[in-house]
Design a protein around this ligand. Structure first.
Ligand SMILES: [Fe+2]
Length: 513
């Protein structure tokens, strides 16, 4: 591969020779140096016992309005290396991929044949320039119960709402795996008083979504989190459009899905076909944990009782007069995904089954006092789906822990076989992570928090600040730290543990510690 110096020397000699013929100019432009093409950082994801995905996307001008990152409209070769050590003395794999303009110059390297339970380092080189180094790993060999999983998860990173300090604090913990549970970007147009200015206005087409993803990836805190560990990502509504439930045009969905794939360390199996992308899948950590990643957006039935809210597709709070949310045929996963998940749980031999997904699963009465009201956007709007899942978890005696995002605050609670019956036994624990930035600085507790908790006795914990959840999962127990930031409207807030719980196999309870 040509070094950058050689490329510069080449174009200089053309200038000296006074070559100005259009063909020669075009040839020179094709070989022109790409200044600092790794401004979007590096990432890895989808770890398996024998491999993972390495990702990068070239951009010399990440905020270029056409979403193409300032890159020339030609393919660019990208070399990559995977080594056992940070100094790349023991390179175990290397190769060259082509970053193509039709994929916004993104590169996905899908590796196999590596050692299980091993740490690796990787980097890329393009146009003579070297990327930063990323750390990644393979999962333990199937059946291994001795290696604990350090898993951190978060959701909801609205660029305009604040600084991505939560990503920085996650990176500092050096987790084994980061799960992102939706709203990696927000499609919104510009706020009147943003904490940080975004480029491009509302995402409506491929250029818009590509640009929004590119701007996020320029963030140093987010880059640090991607470089430190492999990620497992699922989307929620804002990755496409606020509160969408099948009511977004195919064209817009296809644009959002394509940009999502281009910008995430996903496998080829997650490549979109038009307005369809199979995002549900499982990641296994030996025999300690299976992480089942769900998609509650793409296949859900329309919102229950949305008509009364004045417009079709409207998400909101519905009262006891909304019988539709209890209809037995309603589904939040769709039949195909439901069948797949049933099989995953039936065949699981792991100590823990983690369900990474988007929206509140436990019942939640959001109305204070004796009146009742449930969100038709969470599983409360699809009660039959929740009942079915609770029955399967119970029948197969799985230790299920649901990992949730969406609501921009920390919550922990229990899911019962029949959540409307207070005597019904809990079958699973739910851990809801707060947001990276969405909803701004927040408070530990709001004036209505005590009333909400009193009205929902299966809910054990709340914190209303930004942050993430940090877990350590072994065959013996699952330790959970709810991490909270003092502020996000200024950079660099410290993180503290606002809640700490331990969960034991065989007992879906949140034990305070
Ligand atoms: Fe959100």
């Amino acid at each position: 591969m040509l070094t950058r110096r050689a490329l510069l020397a080449g174009s200089a000699s053309l200038a000296v020779a006074g070559v100005t013929a259009p063909r020669a100019v075009r040839a020179a432009a094709r070989r022109a140096p790409l200044r600092d093409p790794f401004r979007l950082g590096v990432a890895s994801g989808e770890p398996a016992p024998d491999g993972m995905v390495l990702w990068t996307r070239l951009a010399t001008d990440p905020l270029a309005p056409d979403g193409l990152g300032g890159m020339p409209r030609r393919p660019v070769p990208v070399e990559w290396q995977l080594a056992e050590d940070e100094n790349f003395r023991r390179v175990v794999r290397h190769g060259t991929e082509t970053a193509r303009p039709e994929a916004a110059h993104s590169v996905h390297v899908e590796l196999e044949g590596l050692e299980p339970g091993a740490e690796y380092f990787y980097r890329f080189r393009a146009a003579g320039e070297l990327s930063e180094t990323g750390r990644t790993l393979t999962t333990p060999a199937p059946g291994t119960r001795s290696r604990a999983l350090n898993l951190s998860f978060t959701s909801c990173a609205d660029y305009q709402s604040g600084y991505f300090t939560a990503y920085r604090r996650m990176a500092e913990d050096h987790p084994d795996l980061i799960a992102f549970l939706g709203d990696y970007i927000y499609e919104y147009g510009d706020y009147e008083h943003p904490v940080r200015d975004q480029a491009g206005g509302e995402c409506l087409d491929l250029a818009g979504y590509r640009l929004r993803h590119a701007q996020h990836k320029t963030d140093p805190d987010l880059r640090a989190a991607h470089a430190i560990a492999p990620w497992a990502v699922v989307w929620d509504d804002h990755d496409v459009r606020n509160a969408w439930a099948g009511d977004v045009s195919r064209k817009r969905r296809a644009a959002a899905f394509r940009a999502y794939y281009e910008n995430m360390p996903l496998r080829r199996a997650q490549r979109p076909v038009g307005a369809a992308l199979r995002l549900y899948r499982s990641i296994r950590w030996g025999a300690v944990a299976n992480l089942h990643l769900l998609d509650t957006r793409q296949y859900r039935d329309p919102y229950a009782c949305a008509g009364r809210a004045g417009r079709a597709g409207r998400a909101g709070t519905v009262g006891p007069d909304c019988a539709e949310r209890l209809a037995p045929a309603r589904t939040i996963l769709g039949q195909e995904q439901q069948t797949w998940l049933d099989a995953q749980l039936r065949e699981s031999h792991a100590t823990w089954d983690l369900l990474g997904q988007q929206v509140f699963m436990m019942e939640m009465d959001w109305v204070r006092g004796p009146a009742q009201g449930w969100s038709n956007e969470g599983w409360d709007g699809y009660v039959a789906s929740r009942d079915h899942l609770a029955a399967i978890v119970g029948a197969h005696r799985r230790n299920a822990v649901v990992l949730t995002g969406d609501v921009h605050s920390h919550w922990a609670g229990q899911i019962s076989r029949d959540q409307r019956d207070p005597g019904s036994k809990p079958v699973a624990v739910e851990l809801v992570t707060t947001s990276v930035t969405s909803a701004g600085d927040g408070l530990d507790e709001y004036p209505d928090t005590p009333d909400l908790l009193a009205g929902n006795p299966h809910v054990r914990f709340f914190n209303g600040r930004r942050g993430y959840v940090r877990t350590r999962i072994s065959r013996r127990e699952m330790k959970v730290d709810f991490r909270s930031l003092a502020y996000v409207t200024r950079p660099d807030a410290p993180a503290r543990t606002s809640g700490f719980f331990a969960i034991e196999p065989g007992d879906p309870a949140l034990n305070p510690a």
